[in-house]
Design a protein around this ligand. Sequence first.
Ligand code: 2BA
Length: 109
Amino acid sequence: MKLVISIIQDEDANRLVSELMNEGYSVTKLATTGGFLRAGNTTLLAGVEDNRLDGCLRIIEKVGKSRRQITSSPMTAGGIGGMYAHMPIEVTVGGATVFVVDVEQFHKF
Ligand code: 2BA
């Protein structure tokens, strides 16, 4: 058995949990904080049988993959004091950091 620890962005968490659960994986979701940005992220723990590891990683890659997204960001427009304009900008969202660890023992008491 492996323990799959995946650190993902909060916005991907619910979809990833749903997709893993739908495929029969057990998941625990933790609210975590990244050490560098000091911003919230989500860590998922999944205990996975060895023969189901690839399927689990495929789902995490699909849902958590980083991608470019167009969003609108408020920008102050010069000249007319205090006016705001929404400018489209491209940002990178998503991404998953995944650790796969051998499980020595697994108990449910
Ligand atoms: P990522 O490398 O995609 O990491 C996203 C989050 O995954 C991290 O959040 C951290 O919570 C976790 N993580 C990544 N690698 C890890 C590891 N080896 N062990 C344990 N947890 C790990 P943050 O620490 O807030 O980092 C957010 C993003 O800032 C990182 O995205 C990376 O792009 C950048 N970053 C992190 N440390 C950096 C540094 N020392 N210098 C420059 N950029 C850094």
